[in-house]
Design a protein around this ligand. Structure first.
Ligand code: ADP
Length: 492
């Protein structure tokens, strides 16, 4: 079944292509949109039709609701898939789609609005008995109140933006002396980034794990979960490596957490695909937020469950019931995703946009690569620095890790600095291999030291590879890569 004749994808890069791939398999026609910065982008070429929507800055193009809806109507698209980022969690956009008779592939605008407020959603979840991180019940009204509550819950505390996302506006406060400044800064940052300066305070959990559940809910009252993902390897509170299942998950814990995740979805009248995020610490878990969209890391869930989440999104949006019950969904093997960002891991992850001069993608057993790049592609400065997602699947966690190490060696991106060498280091890190991770993993001192060494080693390898490739010595380059790989295996 096709579900729709034609779908507009209101996004760019790898996720636009990911959605178009599902559409192509279903026989659904696709409409791409693009900005001045993306005239040569892969997603534009992949689509059946493509429309220019404006200048490079997102506010002029990928966030330009009027223009995007104009294109949807002109092209005859019946539905819009927002991907992630940009308009994906913008309830006004979902509402405008509804008004214009275009199906928004996601939950209702009301659910998006409710979940868009971290304060509001925490309150709802507390009311239905889902555990939440201790903290203020509403926004912080003044510093005195903040001082009182922080004293009660105990330092360290975290100042968070209610409308926040991407870790923006989040600050850890170690003791009372830093509180006032953090609140003022948090309000300022939140106001300019989200147009809502409300901040709140939460207990800062020490060394928690980030564990989230993938949810699917249809319009006929069926809600299921597609198991969990662990996303504890982060930089600046943003995910870098994700895996499924979580390495410390037990049947008993999964039972409890998935029941809470489904309760969260039910309490918000959720429909379509969504993710319920929890922090896990010392045997307890706490609801953090629900992301009302497709997540970057949905790929690993697809690998371990065999379910195409994007196709399910289209089916649900078309009013179809979910074709399986909870007992029909199982998890098999282990999958890992590494986010490949064009940034310098040795320079505080500073973005490193530029032109890709050499490119070779990995392949073979258990490898999935979702990317929007190619040789000669100039990475624009206007958008997120993530350029591809490298995923591996294995019979068990160790095989998924081994395959990731191998795939990283095969992956050649020359022209911009990337997080590839950092992933190489993480995949060889003893603590990671043992599954002993937490959200501060990359900040730990001894790990930082090893990472530095690995990053430099890997950069040398990439330079050697680049030199061979420039001289046209493809075979020499491949054998150089294999030799380094064997060397590492011997010393592992
Ligand atoms: P955002 O929506 O800005 O991405 P989240 O609320 O999803 O923010 O949190 C992102 C990350 O920040 C979490 O995965 C975790 O690493 C960290 N974090 C958030 N809240 C807490 C907390 N109360 N204690 C410790 N770490 C936290």
């Amino acid at each position: 079944m096709k579900f729709f004749e034609k779908v507009l994808i209101a996004n760019r890069g790898e996720i636009a292509i990911r959605v178009m791939r599902a559409c192509r398999e279903l026989g659904v026609e696709t409409v791409a949109i693009y900005s001045d910065a993306d005239t040569n982008a892969l997603h534009v070429k992949y689509a059946d039709e493509a429309f220019h929507v404006g200048e490079a800055p997102p506010s002029k193009s990928y966030l330009n609701i009027d223009r995007i809806l104009e294109v949807a109507k002109k092209s005859g698209a019946e539905a819009v898939h927002p991907g992630y980022g940009f308009l994906a969690e913008n309830y006004r956009f979902a509402h405008r789609c509804l008004e214009d008779g275009i199906t928004f592939i996601g939950p209702s605008w009301k659910t998006i609005e409710m979940m868009g407020s971290k304060i509001g959603s925490k309150k709802t979840m507390r009311d239905v008995g889902v555990p939440v991180v201790p903290g203020t019940e509403g926004g912080v009204r003044n510093v005195d109140e903040a001082r009182k509550i922080s004293g009660e819950i105990g330092y360290p505390v975290l100042v968070k933006a209610s409308a926040g996302g991407g870790g923006i506006g989040m600050q850890v406060v170690e003791d009372e002396s830093g509180l006032e400044e953090a609140i003022n800064a948090g309000m300022r940052i939140a106001g300019s980034a989200f147009g809502d300066s409300t901040v709140f305070i939460e207990k800062y959990l020490v060394k928690p794990r980030h564990i989230e559940f993938q949810i699917l809910a249809d319009e006929h009252g069926h809600t299921v979960h597609l198991f969990e993902r662990e996303c504890s390897i982060q930089r600046r509170h943003q995910k870098l490596v994700e895996e499924s299942p979580c390495s410390i998950m037990t049947e008993e814990l999964r039972e409890r957490m998935s029941a809470s995740a489904i309760a969260v979805a039910k309490a918000s009248d959720y429909t379509n695909a969504g993710t319920v995020e929890f922090l896990y610490c010392d045997g307890n878990y706490y609801f953090m937020e629900m992301n009302t969209r497709l997540q970057v890391e949905h790929t690993i869930t697809e690998l371990v469950t065999g379910i195409d989440i994007v196709k399910q999104q289209l089916a649900i949006a078309a009013g179809e019931p979910i074709p399986f019950g909870q007992e029909g969904i199982s998890i098999r093997g282990h999958a890992i995703e590494c986010r490949i960002n064009a940034e310098d891991p040795l320079n505080n992850f500073a973005a490193d946009p530029g032109k890709i001069v050499r490119y070779r993608s990995p392949g073979g057993p258990g490898v999935r690569l979702d990317s929007g790049i190619h040789v000669g592609y100039a990475i624009p400065t206007n958008y997120d620095s993530m350029i591809s997602k490298l995923c591996t699947y294995g019979y068990n966690r160790m095989e998924a890790i081994e395959r990731m190490r191998r795939a990283i060696y095969e992956y050649v991106i020359i022209g911009v600095k990337t997080t590839l060498p950092l992933h190489h280091a993480i995949m060889h890190n003893k603590q990671f291999v043992e599954g002993n991770t937490h959200t501060g993993f990359l900040l730990e001192e001894h790990i930082a030291r090893t990472l530095n060494r690995y990053v430099r080693e890997e950069e040398t390898r990439i330079q050697t590879l680049g030199a061979s490739l420039r001289q046209g010595k493809e075979v020499a380059a491949i054998s150089a890569a294999v030799n380094v790989y064997l060397h590492h295996k011997k010393n592992a």
